[in-house]
Design a protein around this ligand. Structure first.
Ligand code: GLN
Ligand code: ZN
Length: 763
């Protein structure tokens, strides 16, 4: 027998039921009982969808975030969130969001909002978790009530339960010591609570417990490696069998450690670390289970079952019952069910597998191993047909694009003259004041805009009608910016639903799902477009909008594009060629758009790379290779223009220290960044590196409805000027304004422009 199991299932629901239930509860439109009922229904449905597996995860469900759940289980709530009345669930939301539901907050001053927990990316995924907080004082105490309720629900339903937990070492590693103390010192206090938890789960019916230690695929110091071994020796006496799970990459130098820890089984990511499996099989003691994550839990493509079987069969001969099969990681990172996608092109659809389909693949592999391939002949041959259809499809393979790629000349990524010369030429052409003001691109996406777009998509508004509606917004946006006396204007991005989807929709090689939502954080989901084929641009994508906007004003209008690296990082991308190649194809498409904009008389072009940092590999040793092709792609996209054309880029994050050389290498004439919350200290990195080009440090946080004062902006810019010469500074907000209201945007920008004028007088 080959045991099949799953590491985690998407909890948001095929129709995002959890999202809507949460948001209704938070708005006070539904009761806590209602929310709890929907949660329990979703769990039941998801267990049913996994019923064919031998072991099914319990505890992968969370109302907000599985790491926050772990913090509650361990009794590790930040001090500021303690002592409130109300239900534990409300306190949970308080930590997650800074507030609970309206009816709950009305208790009075004591309950009116606490600072929300910090959020950060879960390894290299687009999922964000609530960072556990520690101090030297942190004490732990077990509160497994919610997890045990879920266990009981599952056991009652006859589910073959396997509780899943974040392991103690990864839990500490994910958190932040608020007082800069040594997090690892807490391990001694943490382990007894984990021991109690494991026993409680065993009592509740768990034979196996999955304990996740994904940090084993990262570069760990000796102290962390030691902690890992100490932990599992301590926990080895627990009543249940432990399956230690690693995912998202290779074990490399931690391989020996992982295979010798005293647990009953080890799960590895056999997609990313397939090469390590042979060594593991040799190293693993004969009593241990080896779970191979053979189905990719991070993409939406069908698995090539035949070739996986070719590889698995000899392993199965060697391991016998000790071989388990699973997806590579939790399926949290893929959409739920392809069956919902009735509008997707049937050919493309035949190449895809969402969570439910991935589990079918898993079952098929297990049957082929235990009963022989004959037992699943039809499934295997359907799969084979889909794999071949995808490999040979003319929609995937475009010879023109492939030729263009081979003809790529590195000179294409280099500007004609160095920055100093470009700066002089641009300044003659543009004639901007010192401390020029601009915005990052988008203006409020009003309900009027969204309504028009919905009507257009539903066929209730024709192309001309939609264009008129968007043009009316552009007129408004330009008039407002002129009235504010901004120096470099934008058209406002009214016509864009999303900065990646907008370009994807116009590029060949992209497809779009209707329900392909993936949880990003809390109730928020994203629906990444599907990049399935060679990328080409059949016609200009932005020229009409930008030239129309330019025709309305004498001030310079900034063209607005999304960069190749960001388009790549925010899409589901093909797995049949390296990401670097796909990125280069995107770069050529964006380059063509840049050159068309220039041709159309647009002198300033911004290419957003909001997600460049996100693509950094988990292991630092692989950063340079990524940055090399990512920066090269940006340069190909941006640098074909004349000296007089000013290239801007925008990045909305606040960590540059460790990637400074790459940022400088992009050679954008102007970079706008997020700085307001770091009090301009972030500019130290640019200062120390002697970053040579111009910088627009964001002067106010667009995530907040607060209106920044003129004095505060002057103060911030003076701080900026201590680090960067004045003639290289721009004045702009942190990021785009699409999520704000006009009533907030106008006074904020008015103060920003007034501040710039004060700064000019002081200069
Ligand atoms: N130009 C985009 C906007 O203004 C940039 C968004 C982003 O950086 N995430 O909305
Ligand atoms: Zn941004």
């Amino acid at each position: 027998m080959v045991t099949t199991h799953n590491l985690g299932f998407p909890r948001i629901g095929a129709r995002r039921e959890l999202k809507f239930a949460l948001e209704a509860y938070w708005k006070g439109e539904s009761s806590r009982e209602e929310l709890i009922k929907i949660g329990s229904k979703l769990r039941q449905r998801h267990w049913e969808q996994q019923a064919a597996l031998d072991l099914i995860p319990v505890g992968d469900f969370a109302f907000y975030d599985q790491v926050l759940d772990m913090s509650f289980i361990l009794g590790n709530l930040p001090e500021r969130a303690r002592g409130y009345h109300g239900d534990a669930l409300d306190n949970y939301f308080r930590v997650a969001r800074g507030r609970s539901a309206p009816g709950i907050e009305d208790h009075g001053a004591c309950c009116s909002g606490v600072q929300a927990g910090e959020m950060t990316k879960w390894f290299d995924t687009n999922y964000h978790y609530i960072v556990p907080e520690f101090t030297t004082e942190t004490a732990f105490s077990l509160d497994a009530s919610r997890l045990l309720d879920q266990m009981n629900q599952a056991v009652e339903l006859g589910v073959k339960v396997k509780p899943v937990l974040i392991g103690p070492v990864t839990y500490l590693w994910l958190g932040k010591a608020k007082d800069d103390s040594d997090k690892l010192a807490l391990l001694e206090r943490l382990l007894p609570v984990y021991a109690q938890l494991l026993d409680a789960l065993a009592v509740a019916g768990a034979e196996w417990i999955q304990i996740d230690e994904p940090i084993l695929v990262t570069e760990l110091g000796d102290d962390w490696r030691h902690a890992m071994s100490l932990t599992y020796h301590r926990l080895s006496g627990c009543r249940a069998k432990l399956l230690l799970a690693t995912y998202f990459g290779q074990l490399q130098e931690n391989l020996h450690l992982a295979s010798t820890l005293p647990v009953a089984g080890l799960h590895v990511d056999a997609v990313n670390a397939q090469d390590e499996v042979a060594t593991l099989v040799d190293l693993l003691p004969a009593h241990k289970v080896l779970s191979l994550g053979v189905i990719n839990g991070r993409n939406i493509w069908k698995t090539d079952l035949g070739s996986v079987l070719d590889w698995l069969e000899p392993l199965h001969d060697r391991l016998g019952d000790r071989l388990w099969l699973a997806p590579s990681c939790s399926l949290l990172h893929v959409p739920v069910d392809l069956a919902s996608e009735s509008k997707l092109d049937p050919e493309i659809r035949s190449w895809l597998a969402f969570a439910v389909q991935k589990l079918d693949e898993l079952k098929c592999l297990a049957s082929a191993l235990t009963q022989g391939r004959e037992a699943v002949l039809d499934e295997l041959s359907d799969n084979r047909a889909a794999i071949i259809s995808r490999q040979s499809s003319v929609r995937v393979n475009n010879p023109t694009v492939k030729t263009a790629l081979t003809e790529l000349d590195p000179k294409m990524g280099t500007r004609k003259s160095p920055f100093r010369i470009r700066k002089a030429r641009q300044s003659t052409l543009l004639n901007l004041p010192v401390f020029p003001t601009t915005t990052i691109g988008s203006f409020p996406q009003t309900s009027v805009i969204r309504h028009a777009r919905r009507q257009f998509k539903a066929g209730e508004l024709d192309g001309e009608g939609y264009k008129d509606a968007m043009r009316a917004e552009i007129v408004r946006c330009v008039r407002e910016q002129e009235a504010l006396d901004l120096d470099v204007l934008v058209h406002g991005e009214a016509e864009r639903n999303d900065m990646v989807e907008y370009f994807g929709e116009q590029l060949d090689g992209y497809a779009f799902s209707q329900f392909g939502w993936v949880q990003s954080y809390g109730s928020r989901c994203v629906k990444p477009p599907i990049l399935f084929g060679d990328i080409s641009r059949s016609r200009p994508m932005t020229i009409d909008w930008i030239t129309y906007a330019q025709s309305l004003t004498d001030k310079p209008m900034k063209g607005m594009l999304t960069g190749p690296v960001t388009i790549l990082n925010w899409s589901f991308v093909r797995d049949d060629q390296p990401r670097s190649v796909t990125c280069r194809q995107l770069a050529l498409a964006i380059r063509a758009e840049v050159l068309d904009l220039e041709q159309a008389g647009v002198h300033i072009i911004q290419i957003d790379e909001a997600a460049l940092r996100e693509g950094l590999p988990l292991r630092k040793s692989q950063w340079n290779a990524y940055l090399k092709w990512a920066v090269e792609a940006f340069r190909i996209a941006a640098n074909g223009v004349a000296d007089e054309t000013q290239i801007h880029t925008h990045m909305c994050y606040s960590e540059f220290n460790d990637i400074m050389p790459a940022i400088a290498d992009m050679d954008a004439d102007v970079i706008t960044i997020e700085t307001s919350r770091s009090d301009m200290e972030l500019l130290d990195a640019f200062d120390e590196f002697q970053y040579p080009n111009e910088i627009g440090p964001g002067v106010y946080d667009i995530h907040s409805p607060n209106i920044p004062s003129q004095e505060h902006i002057v103060q911030l810019m003076n701080k900026a000027a201590e680090r960067i010469p004045k003639d290289r500074l721009w004045v702009n907000p942190d990021c785009g304004l699409k999520t704000r209201q006009w009533e907030e945007v106008i006074p904020a920008l008015r103060n920003m422009v007034a501040a710039a004028k004060v700064l000019r007088e002081m200069a």
